[in-house]
Design a binder for this molecule. Sequence first.
Ligand SMILES: [Zn+2]
Length: 390
Amino acid sequence: MFGGGSIQLVRVFGIRIGVDVSWFFVLFLIIWSLSGFYSDLFPGDDTKAFGLAVVSALLFFLAILLHELGHAVVAIRNGIPILGIDLWMFGGVAKLGRDTDSPGVEFRVAVAGPLVTLAIAAICFGIGAALSSADTVLKGSRFEDADLSGAVAMLGYLTTVNVFVLVFNLIPGFPLDGGRIARAIAWKLTGDRYRATRFAARLGRLAGWAMVAVGGLILAGVIGWDVITGVWLIFIGIFLAQAARSAETQAAISGQIDHLRVADVMDAEPVAIPAELPLAQAEGEYFLRYGWPWFPVVDTAGRLVGVVSREAVDSVPEAVRGGRAIASVMARDDGASGLRAGLEEPLEALLAHDGLGRLGAVMAVDGDGVLRGIVTVEAVRRALRGALPA
Ligand SMILES: [Zn+2]
């Protein structure tokens, strides 16, 4: 949905850290507004105000990054791969390679981020208080005129902003962290991950529209917060409600096709070409007869060894087609090419399969690698259509 076109900044523990273009815009906006606050605190020293604003904004994003790394590290420890972390307009996203497989793991991954943020807020407050006093840090956090040093003002800001990030993320609406925690609890109680997701996503939609409403009240002047906060709440509320809605639909479909395996939807009488068959014969007996653009290729034991296309056969000069076997022109499948799936694999796992996108089909093989069927996009569509809520 987003982060696809992100620019890579660095790699941390092998995790790709990227930023979306929208991030630069927000960074600029934050530096700009912080410059204003700091010049009120330190009038007459614009260089100092601007320097503090830049450092504060960068430290704020570092805190967000550490929050996401918290999620990522716990996910990796629980065997879930991380595709990368992206920073964008509304903060950060740690992209999980797959869904968590138990409510316990879901809970641990979800709380890891907020715990990191809590620790950062506590550390900033602690250092600030040690440098001055607790009261002064709080004044700094509100950019109130007090006799503060630049460092204490900045620590005050970082304390507040991290407390805000903490509270915001703990709002119990999926896909926010609080919503993931709610999902983990509902999952634990019901034992049904999809029902739990739908429940948490409904809360997410509710939270999203509540934010839009609060944003609207701010813009209307009913709530006396600043306009930027109002606009930001409306945007993030809409985004949250939409993300929650798509999670809800996804969970509804997944819940329906959960029991379906590859063997349930495949065409169990696949037409395959023997690997040793001469090209000329394959052309007449398969390509011309069926009119299909490609066929799976099997060895004498019926094991899937590759896929051959019409173009591959056509690329060989006609004069030599009688003397060459299919095996010489097929795309060999060693099991890692994403063309095959196990009979017992869940249908849901197939949706992400490479073969479906490239060939429009996936070969279903048994434990010995013997071709047992073909799952076409059409067959998957039919199964999904049956599953869609009316
Ligand atoms: Zn988080």
